[in-house]
Design a protein around this ligand. Structure first.
Ligand SMILES: *[C@@H]1O[C@H](CO)[C@@H](O)[C@H](O)[C@H]1NC(C)=O
Ligand SMILES: *[C@@H]1O[C@H](CO)[C@@H](O)[C@H](O)[C@H]1NC(C)=O
Length: 372
C-alpha cells in the first residue's frame, strides 16, 4: 500500500516538473516548413507520409513523403494532386486535387488521403470532400470516393479515419460544426452518416482549451471548437473509440451496432463512456498492445496511455517540445510516431504569427508503462 502511494506521488511529481523538460525517449524524425497534422507509416516498407492542411497558409503541398530529416517530397510524385491553390478554385475540378487534407492513413499497401475540402476549416469547396486511395506499390491514385452533401454537409470537417481489419469498412470522425461518424463500405463504395448531432460526437461547450495556462482564442475571441476528432478501432475491429478535441470524454460503441442503424434519426443508446481523457486530439491502439490506447494530451504537451482493461490513465511522456501533439502512427519495429501541429501558435490563434508554421514529426518506442 505504501509503495503504491509512493509511486503515485512520484509520478505526480515528475509530471508537474516534466512540463518544461525534454524527455530522452522522444526522438525528432523530421521538421517541416508547413503545418503538419497527419502521419502514417507503411509498416512493410517503413515509408513515412504526412499531410499539411490548407489552414493559415495556401500550402504548396498537401501530401508528402518524408525522405530525410529535412526533405519531404510531394506525393504522389509527378501528379496534379498537390497543385490546388485557393486562387485557382474556379478553374480546377475539386475531385481531382487535394484541397485541404486533414489525415493520411496507410491500410495494407494503400495510402488513404482524407480531404474534408474546407480550407481554413471554413466553407467546403463543393464537390471536393473525398477519400483518395493511392497504391503504394505503383504510387498511383487507385480510386476516389466522393462524399456528397448528405455525408459531408456544409460546416462539416472530416477529420480522421480507421479501417476494419478485414478491409471492408472505414470509420471517419467529423470534427466540424455538427459532429458525426461517417461509415464507408469500401467494397460497395457506399457511405452513411451516423450520430449526427448526438451529444456523444459534439464539442463540449463547458470546455475551454488552454495552452500555457491561457485559453486558446482566435483574435475575434472564438475558442477552439472541434467535435469528434481522435478515433481508434480495437484490433479485432469490433469497438470504435473517439472523442471531441473540445471535450474530455472518451466514448465507444460496437461497430456492428453502428452498421445496424440506418439513419441519423435513430438515437442510439448502446454507447459506452470509457472515461475522461481531458482535451485530446489523436488516438491510437497499437497492433502490438491491443489493450493500450495512446492519447495526445494537448494542454500539457504529453502523450498519455489509457489501459482499456484496467481503465487506468497515465502519462507515457511529457515534453515541452510536444507542442500540440496531433496524430499517431506506428512502424513494424514498435516505434510510435506523433506529429506536433502547434495549433495554438498558428496564425489562426495568434495574429502576429506568420501564415507558414514550422512543425515536427517525432517518434518514441512503444512499450508497456515501465513503472506500473
Ligand atoms: C538538412 O539537414 C542536414 C543534416 O542535418 C544539413 O546538413 C542540411 O544543411 C540541412 N538542409 C537544409 C536545407 O536545411
Ligand atoms: C505570436 O507570434 C509572434 C510571432 O511569431 C510571437 O513573437 C509571439 O510570441 C506569439 N505569441 C504567443 C502568445 O504565442
Amino acid at each position: 500500500m505504501m509503495l503504491i502511494l509512493y509511486v503515485f506521488l512520484l509520478t505526480g511529481f515528475i509530471s508537474v516538473n516534466g512540463h518544461d523538460q525534454q524527455n530522452s525517449e522522444l526522438e525528432l524524425v523530421a521538421i517541416f516548413d508547413h503545418q503538419v497534422t497527419g502521419v502514417s507509416v507503411h509498416p512493410a516498407s517503413g515509408r513515412i507520409f504526412v499531410n499539411f492542411p490548407r489552414w493559415t497558409e495556401d500550402s504548396p503541398v498537401s501530401v508528402a513523403e518524408v525522405l530525410t530529416y529535412n526533405t519531404s517530397k510531394p506525393f504522389p510524385p509527378n501528379s496534379r494532386w498537390n497543385s490546388w491553390r485557393n486562387t485557382r478554385k474556379n478553374e480546377l475540378d475539386p475531385s481531382k486535387y487535394f484541397i485541404c487534407v486533414q489525415s493520411v492513413v496507410v491500410f495494407k499497401d494503400s495510402l488513404y488521403v482524407l480531404d474534408p475540402a474546407a480550407p481554413a476549416t471554413s466553407f467546403i469547396v463543393k464537390g471536393g470532400a473525398k477519400l483518395v486511395e493511392i497504391d503504394l506499390i505503383t504510387n498511383e491514385v487507385k480510386r476516389v470516393i466522393l462524399f456528397n452533401e448528405e455525408i459531408a454537409p456544409q460546416g462539416s470537417y472530416l477529420n480522421d479515419i480507421r479501417f476494419s481489419p478485414d478491409g471492408k469498412y472505414a470509420y471517419i470522425t467529423d470534427s466540424g460544426a455538427t459532429g458525426a461518424i461517417v461509415l464507408v463500405d469500401l467494397n460497395k463504395e457506399t457511405t452513411k452518416r451516423v450520430l449526427h448531432g448526438h451529444p456523444i460526437t459534439q464539442a463540449d461547450p463547458d470546455i475551454t482549451i488552454e495552452y500555457n495556462g491561457k485559453p486558446v482564442r482566435q483574435p475575434d475571441g472564438r475558442s477552439i471548437e472541434m467535435s469528434a476528432d481522435g478515433i481508434a478501432l480495437s484490433v479485432d475491429g469490433c469497438t470504435l473509440y473517439w472523442q471531441a478535441v473540445q471535450g474530455k470524454t472518451l466514448y465507444s460503441i460496437s461497430t456492428s451496432f453502428l452498421h445496424s442503424i440506418d439513419s441519423d434519426r435513430e438515437i442510439p443508446s448502446q454507447f459506452a463512456i470509457i472515461g475522461e481523457n481531458g482535451p485530446a486530439d489523436g488516438l491510437w491502439i497499437s497492433q502490438k498492445e491491443p489493450n493500450l490506447l495512446y492519447v495526445t494530451s494537448i494542454q500539457d504537451n504529453s502523450i498519455k496511455i489509457r489501459n482499456l482493461l484496467t481503465n487506468t490513465y497515465e502519462i507515457k511522456l511529457m515534453d515541452k517540445r510536444l507542442r500540440w501533439p496531433d496524430t499517431f502512427s506506428e512502424d513494424k519495429h514498435g516505434y510510435i510516431y506523433v506529429t506536433t501541429s502547434h495549433i495554438p501558435e498558428s496564425a489562426m490563434f495568434n495574429k502576429s504569427a506568420p501564415a507558414q508554421l514550422r512543425t515536427e514529426l517525432w517518434k518514441f518506442k512503444s512499450n508497456t508503462i515501465s513503472h506500473h
